[in-house]
Ligand binder design. Structure first.
Ligand code: ZN
Ligand code: ZN
Length: 188
């Protein structure tokens, strides 16, 4: 697995380009801004999907341009579609739910629903050692729960679920540096 991090936009969102070496298949997670920079970094890859961890502007703004460039479907959890459409006039091609999968080469990422920061937050987990956590779990902290469709109760449940993953899982958050489940074990 190759993971390229492209930091984009005014609040430094991590856009991840995740690819599988043999097939060159890839997914792009959270193209929040600076479409040209993301497109340049993903050139030559077979982008199978643009996956949004949630519907906030700092994660979705460049998604239509990037999805169109690679002719890839724009995917978001069903609970965040309305927010994205309303605030950014972006339409999804595919609505996600827990358990949905994205295959790139021999890798398979499963969608974990992790509401709390917003009702449609998701994480992507490869079933082994890699988790993309969006704005749910950050290094040493977690996402805001004072926004529309946020829920502190849901956040607590979602964090508990994520922190029950194996300690050696590397966590790639929506902002800031990566961490591991082991390092965050005592977060809540
Ligand atoms: Zn957010
Ligand atoms: Zn964010």
């Amino acid at each position: 697995m190759e993971i390229k991090t492209v930091v984009v936009g005014s609040i430094h969102t991590n856009c991840y380009i995740v690819s599988e070496e043999n097939s060159k298949e890839a997914i792009i997670i959270d193209p929040g801004d600076e479409a040209e920079k993301i497109i340049a970094a993903a050139e030559g890859l077979k982008v199978k999907a643009v996956v949004l961890t949630h519907g906030h502007w700092d994660h979705v703004t460049a998604a239509p341009i990037v999805a169109k460039h690679f002719n890839a479907p724009l995917c978001i959890h069903k609970n965040d579609e309305a927010m994205m459409t309303y605030s950014n006039q972006i339409k999804a091609d595919r609505l996600l739910k827990a358990g949905d999968k994205f295959d790139i080469g021999h890798l398979s990422f499963v969608i974990l629903h992790s509401p709390g920061h917003s009702a449609g937050c998701i994480c992507l987990y490869d079933g082994k050692k890699t988790l993309f956590s969006g704005d749910t779990l950050f290094r040493g902290t977690w996402g805001r729960t004072d926004l529309p469709t946020s829920s502190e109760t849901d956040m607590e449940k979602s964090l508990k679920k994520l922190l029950s993953l194996p300690a050696d899982v590397v966590v790639y958050p929506g902002h800031g540096k990566k961490t591991t489940i082991g390092e965050e074990k005592n977060l809540i």
